[in-house]
Design a protein around this ligand. Structure first.
Ligand code: ADP
Ligand code: MG
Length: 230
């Protein structure tokens, strides 16, 4: 599916957000790196996709009714064998049934497991007055507890993207700390610029949330992508 058809399908179905697979398709079209993924319809297909993608993999529930997948037990990481995939598939289905019996299930997202690294968040939210603003911060406690994030009105320039990265308090961590290697700042700059382009070209995007993005010494990978529609 192309990004145009992703938005069309969501609109036709009257949905308020894109599925993770759809949001990642849009990201890919904007040059934002994402984990390899495929949507499986059943256990056997999930195993086949896991083998194509290569172990270890992650399984995630795909449902238009579920926005926070791990809240309903809809994410299982670190699956190393076909047996793991089959049991995770069953477990997730069971968890979801328990938490949200009425949720419409589209399938199961099988995706590449990204090695852990420094986690950052790239986002965009639309301000009724100023239009979309781009957000940046480091993942986990830095965003959730310390609110260590920064914003710029879109479209942003490369200079602004670099400023955003250096002005968060946690910036020293990106330069490397103890056993943490330095993170690829240029890769983050590119993601910020591409996220800016994405929201500028798609006014129907109310919110974009790349959370987390794993940043390596070379390159980066978006592990979860959410797009909320107007
Ligand atoms: P949620 O909808 O709950 O935000 P996520 O897709 O973000 O679900 O998954 C929850 C957590 O699982 C992530 O924050 C990340 O720590 C881990 N995770 C998810 N997908 C991957 C992946 N492909 N590789 C590595 N870790 C992952
Ligand atoms: Mg997430």
């Amino acid at each position: 599916m192309t990004k145009a058809s992703v938005f069309d399908v969501a609109r036709k179905e009257g949905r308020k957000h894109l599925l993770e697979s759809e949001a990642k398709t849009v990201c890919m079209e904007y040059g934002i790196p994402v984990t390899k993924f495929k949507v499986a319809k059943n256990e056997t297909e999930a195993v086949r996709f896991a083998e194509e993608i290569d172990y270890p993999v992650v399984l995630k529930i795909v449902s238009p009714d579920i926005i926070h997948k791990s809240d309903v037990g809809g994410v299982m990481v670190g699956l190393k064998t076909a047996k793991d995939v089959r049991s995770a598939y069953k477990q997730i289905m069971q968890n979801v049934k328990k938490h949200m019996a009425k949720a419409k299930i589209v399938g199961m997202l099988v995706q590449e497991m990204a090695p852990s690294a420094t986690e950052v968040i790239v986002g965009a939210i639309k301000d009724p007055q100023f239009g979309p603003a781009i957000m940046f911060g480091l993942g986990g406690i830095f965003v959730e507890v310390l609110k260590d994030v920064t914003f710029r009105v879109a479209p942003i320039t490369e200079e602004e993207a670099r400023e955003m990265i250096t002005e968060v308090k946690a910036y020293p961590l990106l330069k490397g700390y103890r056993n943490l290697p330095p993170a690829d700042i240029d890769a983050i700059v590119k993601i910020l610029l591409n996220a800016s382009r994405l929201v500028m070209e798609h006014p129907e995007v109310k919110e974009l949330d790349l959370n987390p993005v794993m940043v390596y010494e070379k390159g980066a990978k978006t592990v979860d992508a959410r797009i909320i529609l107007e």
